[in-house]
Design a protein around this ligand. Structure first.
Ligand SMILES: NC(=O)c1ccc[n+]([C@@H]2O[C@H](COP(=O)([O-])OP(=O)(O)OC[C@H]3O[C@@H](n4cnc5c(N)ncnc54)[C@H](O)[C@@H]3O)[C@@H](O)[C@H]2O)c1
Ligand SMILES: CC(C)CCC[C@@H](C)[C@H]1CC[C@H]2[C@@H]3[C@H](O)C=C4C[C@@H](O)CC[C@]4(C)[C@H]3CC[C@]12C
Length: 409
């Protein structure tokens, strides 16, 4: 098979700023819900010899990747979890047969990264600053997402780690600054990937570094094998923005008010399937380096194509919320005005407090631009099939929102 790249390669321009799977269905969830099997229950008949490192392993996606590895990767001997903030839930993982090593560290510190990477066979680099709300400075976003990724690559080269999986983002491709739709596109769909916001700029630069590092000689002389996964908007247990919308709906008397036309499709993917894709890609990269090295893959599953708000209602509806209006209740120009006002308020209030509402010109543009993916590249290259059906993904997410509600009372 020839190499695939092309259209939606995401090696876009930043116009501003710095730039035969063994299925074991999880049975219980995150955050004390007990939705997963106990750690280390992977088949002990297979040799446990590999050391994996997950950066950002205590984040929303990272925690799912960690739990999925413990459950679905039989070759695992040691799992290193590297994060700026370590979660207390890590303790419960330390009792299983796989050695779980928690490392508190900062990806911007090259020596800390090198120490964590030394001796690892595979690195899954999910650590990043996800900020489209203006909470952090563009410089910090760049430092963590770009320099942090550079540090991970250099650590692999210096210490002899050969396999690197990078969690990129759909935003490496778009929506672009022109707001052009990307309708059910794949990794080869032509699209003008031009960004201005610091977050997509940083993800695009970091992805480029990772892909360009494919083939570099690591300590010992063998080539580094890298690839990048590009999730669309991830949802599922632990999704902070879903929690924010839920609480906002409760404050508004069980109602949310439609702001985006129902016709705008926004790509979403279940966190368990994104985690599963990371586990599979990390495993198969070791066997299919020639095919998979230097490649990008969108993360996809069978979640339906809907607008951002209609999709959220799949979970918030059964939890008692109602989306008011079949059309946006406010005209677009007024939303844009409010979004701009929020930017001004953020700037004015900065010396006193951090004002970072969900609505700003960038998030409004994202929510208002169709961006959906339809591809089978991951199936063709490494046999990916979603581990969780849409019904399971939906049920798990609803259960989690209900548990959030319960714990808030
Ligand atoms: N959430 C989404 O919808 C989405 C979609 C596409 C891609 N992604 C990507 O997936 C990855 C994980 O995102 P998430 O939603 O789980 O975010 P998250 O904020 O929940 O997790 C990121 C983790 O990285 C850690 N981290 C941040 N700065 C660090 C540093 N300097 N050193 C070490 N660790 C650091 C954080 O402590 C956190 O645990 C990110 O790279 C993000 O760009 C997320
Ligand atoms: C009109 C407004 C009130 C609606 C605001 C919704 C807004 C907060 C949502 C819409 C789209 C969301 C992003 C999208 O799902 C994809 C990603 C990619 C990922 O890499 C990081 C998260 C992000 C940016 C989502 C953030 C929240 C957004 C902007």
């Amino acid at each position: 098979m020839g190499r695939e790249g092309g259209g939606a390669s995401g090696r876009g321009r930043c116009v501003a700023g710095p730039g035969a799977c063994r299925r074991r269905p999880p049975v219980a969830g995150l955050g004390g819900l007990g939705l997963w099997l106990q750690p280390g229950m992977a088949d002990s008949a297979q040799a446990q010899k590999l050391v994996y490192l997950v950066t950002g392993g205590c984040g929303f996606l990272g925690e799912h990747v960690v739990r999925m590895l413990l459950q679905q990767e039989p070759q695992l001997r040691e799992l290193r979890i590297f994060d700026l903030h370590l979660g207390p839930w890590l303790e419960e993982l330390k009792t299983g047969p796989v050695q779980v090593t928690a490392i508190q560290g900062d990806v911007t510190q090259a020596h800390e990264v090198a120490a964590a990477v030394a001796g690892a066979h595979v690195v899954i680099h999910t650590a990043g600053l996800v900020d489209v709300f203006g909470k952090t400075s563009p410089e910090t976003i760049h430092e963590v997402n770009v320099q942090g990724t550079r540090n991970v690559i250099e650590a692999c080269v210096q210490t002899g780690t050969r396999f690197l999986v990078y969690t990129s983002s759909m935003e490496v491709v778009g929506p672009n600054i022109k707001g052009q739709p990307f309708y059910r596109g794949n990794e080869n769909t032509p699209y003008e990937a031009v960004h201005r916001h610091p977050y997509p700029c940083s993800k695009a630069l970091a992805e480029q570094l990772v892909l360009e590092a494919n083939g570099r000689k690591v300590l010992g002389g063998l080539p580094l094998v890298t690839c990048a996964l590009r999730p669309t908007g991830i949802y599922g247990e632990g999704h902070q923005i879903m929690r924010d919308f839920y609480h906002q709906g409760l404050r508004l008397g069980g109602r949310l008010f439609r702001a985006i036309p129902a016709s705008v499709e926004h790509g979403r993917v279940y966190v368990g399937n994104v985690a599963w894709m990371h586990v599979l890609v990390a495993r198969e990269l070791q066997h299919r380096a020639a095919l998979m090295g230097g490649q990008v893959y969108f993360c996809y599953d069978n979640s339906p194509y809907k607008s951002y708000e209609d999709f959220n209602m799949e979970f918030l509806g059964p939890c008692g919320l109602r989306l008011v209006g079949t059309r946006p209740l406010l005209p677009y120009w007024l939303l844009l005005f409010l979004a701009a006002l929020n930017v001004l308020l953020q700037w004015l209030l900065r010396p006193l407090l951090l004002y970072a509402p969900l609505l700003n010109p960038y998030t409004l543009a994202m929510a208002n631009t169709t961006f959906t993916v339809s591809t089978d590249k991951a199936r063709r290259h490494f046999g990916y099939e979603p581990l969780f059906s849409w019904e399971e993904s939906r049920t798990r997410t609803i259960r989690w929102v209900q548990a959030v509600e319960g714990s808030a009372q």
